[in-house]
Design a protein around this ligand. Structure first.
Ligand SMILES: Nc1ncnc2c1ncn2[C@@H]1O[C@H](COP(=O)(O)OP(=O)(O)OP(=O)(O)O)[C@@H](O)[C@H]1O
Length: 237
């Protein structure tokens, strides 16, 4: 029986996306249920960002179907997804405080007090100009914004790529402790060994095709290996 909590919040069927010469996604089927942190893994060019962009309604010319809470990507699905892109989207003139105000205006579910608290934990000054932040500081700041929304789905594209190893643990702790129990957190990353302990499920994409979607604990039990080791075997890296 499908209960409310096991009913997929994200359903993808036969998803295919081509860019002129390249097929970035081929016939991908995926179900994602609430209450899970899911690792979206694959080597460079395997289609992770393409999938994330389609989920966020940023790419529309695909074939197949993607339903998020029963809706094709649209204004409603944007309102329930909190998205951390892998690039910086702020203007040069902005201070952190300005971005906080913009988030407050844009998203009804944004909790500014929470964002300020997370910034304090990460030693970020709200009066700092975003342009003057280092790459790692910008990443931390964007994560504070994104995790301060009470969203049903969080999509984090490389959330710890630019931060130093010492801060990574703190960031993982912030991710783990700041999403609702019935939300989905989808994390795309190359730093598998650093993050895998927080994954419930892992998805492997290989040349745009779904190579695996499995419970991380089950994968480790079946293979006697870490997710990182299995990944290196599958992708020979
Ligand atoms: N705008 C574009 N125009 C043409 N081809 C593209 C475009 N964006 C992506 N591609 C191609 O689609 C494929 C998938 O790219 P995508 O960015 O989705 O991979 P990725 O798994 O996110 O890679 P990475 O780990 O390097 O970020 C690649 O072959 C890439 O060259």
């Amino acid at each position: 029986m499908t209960t409310e909590s096991t009913k997929p919040l994200i359903q993808i069927r036969g998803l295919t996306k081509s860019y002129s010469q390249t097929t970035a996604l081929k016939n991908v089927d995926l179900d994602m249920v609430p209450g899970q942190i899911i690792g979206l893994l694959g080597p460079n060019g395997s289609g992770k960002t393409t999938l994330i962009k389609i989920m966020n309604g940023l790419l529309r010319d695909y074939s197949g179907e993607i339903l998020i809470d029963g809706h094709k990507p649209d204004a409603y699905t944007k309102s329930i997804i909190s998205y951390l892109p892998d690039d910086n989207y702020f203007s040069d003139w902005m201070k952190a405080n300005d971005a906080l105000k913009i988030f407050e205006d844009l998203y009804a579910d944004f909790d500014i007090a929470k964002a300020l608290l997370l910034m304090k934990r990460l030693d970020l000054n709200p009066n700092m100009r975003i342009k003057s932040m280092s790459k790692g500081m910008k990443e931390k700041f964007q994560l504070c914004l994104v995790m301060s929304r009470k969203a049903r789905i969080y999509i984090l594209d490389e959330p710890i790529g630019g931060v130093d190893p010492a801060a990574r643990e703190l960031i993982l702790d912030i991710i783990l402790n700041n999403y609702a129990e019935d939300a989905i957190v989808l994390i795309s990353t190359h730093l598998i060994s650093d993050i895998e302990k927080i994954f419930d499920d892992v998805i492997f994409l290989k040349y745009g095709e779904l190579a695996m979607h499995k419970n991380a604990e089950q994968l480790r039990a079946e293979t006697g290996k870490s997710v990182d080791e299995v990944f290196r075997e599958v992708f020979k890296c």
